[in-house]
Design a protein around this ligand. Structure first.
Ligand code: ADP
Length: 274
């Protein structure tokens, strides 16, 4: 399989790959609980959360600042571990993966986009995008060639050789998106990806994410407190006092939900965000 020579362990074997690339559930979260301890204080931003995401779905997780959105995405990306509960990717529980498999999951199965791009400013845009491919064992020439293709796909073909630190905020976020997709992950996690951008750039970066989500058959989870962006995804989940409250299937459900139902959902969401 492409580029798995270095780590040598496939997180997803062929059977599981079929499960992942076929129809049905890609991610399942069961009874997730996360408690942070700071001195004598205990915070439980996630208090028994369960949900699943179908392949090719794009969902938004909303809730006010501090609700636990980042915590949830970090656990889904295996950047943090839950206090209780489990995350399944395809048929595999993340708990069952060893350190090498987890590293591969983080690098290849998941693409992560942060509010701040976290690019290496002294490296070129192409080198930044090539980084996850190099970690995976791609030869430099091939990784840079693929990186330039990704940069072209995010509208930055002419910026490949420019230092990341010299790019504008919107361009940096586009490079970060290209880097997140470089290893062709099945799951894209975006944590307030437009939160640092002005309105115009936020709109074009969001449009780009929607386009890439569709064209690469991604399964995408967007954490945001921007309700108007969240409404453009397929489904909104609201984090509320440590619980995840399903609201409505916005794209399909808009047509079928009654006005009263939608008003209730909107009031619920607005209340959460107000
Ligand atoms: P959101 O992304 O919705 O703004 P976060 O997931 O960042 O929320 O944070 C949820 C809560 O957990 C907050 O009260 C935050 O202070 C707390 N928290 C997050 N990470 C840590 C940590 N490493 N140690 C202690 N508390 C944390």
């Amino acid at each position: 399989m492409r580029g798995q020579a270095t780590l040598g362990v496939a997180v997803i074997d062929e059977t599981q790959l079929q499960a992942v690339t076929g129809s049905g559930e890609l991610v399942r979260v069961e009874g997730l609980r996360k408690t942070f301890r700071s001195g004598t204080q205990e915070i439980t931003p996630l208090d028994g959360i369960s949900f699943s995401i179908e392949r090719s779905e794009m969902i938004a997780i909303i809730g006010p600042s501090g609700a636990g959105k980042s915590t949830l995405l970090h656990i889904l990306a295996a950047l943090d571990t839950p206090t209780n509960g489990a995350v399944y990717f395809g048929a595999k529980s993340l708990k069952s993966l060893n350190e090498i498999e987890l590293a591969e999951y983080r690098n290849s199965a998941v693409g992560f986009i942060w509010q701040r791009h976290h690019l290496l400013p002294d490296f070129t845009a192409a080198e930044n995008v090539a980084m996850p491919m190099l970690v995976r064992g791609e030869p430099m020439t091939e990784a840079l060639r693929a990186a330039r293709e990704w940069l072209s796909e995010v509208g930055l073909a002419d910026r490949a050789g420019q230092s990341a630190g010299e790019l504008s905020g919107g361009e940096q976020q586009r490079v970060a998106i290209a880097r997140a997709l470089a290893n062709r992950p099945a799951l894209l996690l975006a944590d307030e990806p437009t939160g640092d951008l002005d309105e115009g750039n936020a709109e074009s970066v969001f449009e780009l994410l929607m386009r890439l989500h569709r064209s690469h058959h991604l399964t995408s989870i967007l954490a945001t407190h921007n309700l108007s962006l969240a409404r453009r995804t397929g489904r909104i989940l609201v984090l509320e006092h440590g619980k995840l409250v399903p609201t409505a299937n916005v794209s399909a459900g808009m047509a079928s939900a009654s006005t009263a139902q939608m008003a209730t959902v909107e009031a619920q969401i607005s209340g959460e965000l107000g």
